[in-house]
Ligand binder design. Sequence first.
Ligand SMILES: O=P(O)(O)OC[C@H]1O[C@H](OP(=O)(O)OP(=O)(O)O)[C@H](O)[C@@H]1O
Ligand SMILES: O=c1cc[nH]c(=O)[nH]1
Ligand SMILES: [Mg+2]
Length: 211
Amino acid sequence: MRLHVADHPLVAHKLSVLRDEATPSPIFRLLVDELVTLLAYEATRHVRVEPQEVRTPVTTTTGVKLSDPSPIVIPILRAGLGMLDGMTRLLPTAEVGFLGLQRDESTFEAVTYANRLPDDLTGRQVFLLDPMLATGATLVASIDYVLQRGARDVTAVCLLAAPEGVQVVQDAVGDRADVQIVVAAVDERLNEKKYIVPGLGDAGDRLYGVV
Ligand SMILES: O=P(O)(O)OC[C@H]1O[C@H](OP(=O)(O)OP(=O)(O)O)[C@H](O)[C@@H]1O
Ligand SMILES: O=c1cc[nH]c(=O)[nH]1
Ligand SMILES: [Mg+2]
């Protein structure tokens, strides 16, 4: 498994505003969208392309186009939905699937409550979107889900990760697939409630309110 931490002053600036407890939901949503577009540039560095002839006004040349089958982008509901537009802005031809998982806040296990994905993901590049990688249970369950459907090339785009969660994902994935995590920052640790410290609180609640 590979971990890529975005190292860019704009990412650091936007992330700092995101962390601020005084940042209201409308600004929070806007910043998540902007941050994801910056991360998407890194996350798509190895997106598959193939040669394509292009006729310019002057001559013909060989360019590239995204290979078939198109990549699939999967936001992990609820909070991952806030990352979808930022990702598809750079990958407008990608298909979009949905996975709904919620962390049980007493056992910290991930409970799956929804899925709308193709049965067969063989040969597809998969981009999972979830702002928070805390214990790693949600991301491991999501990766297992797409690997069971045949995917072998998976990139998770996250805003924040805890070192504990990164290790859990690394151990769980092993050499089963090519998995990459692209993240804006790896924070210090998890607290006793398994929240990321310093973190930004509950990403879903800050995007969409407490339900
Ligand atoms: O690494 P973990 O310990 O599994 O925690 C991370 C998960 O927790 C949050 O979702 P949450 O369960 O709060 O659902 P929500 O998106 O509906 O708020 C977050 O968006 C991740 O999916
Ligand atoms: O810090 C955390 C941990 C899990 N889920 C969140 O939204 N935030
Ligand atoms: Mg939540």
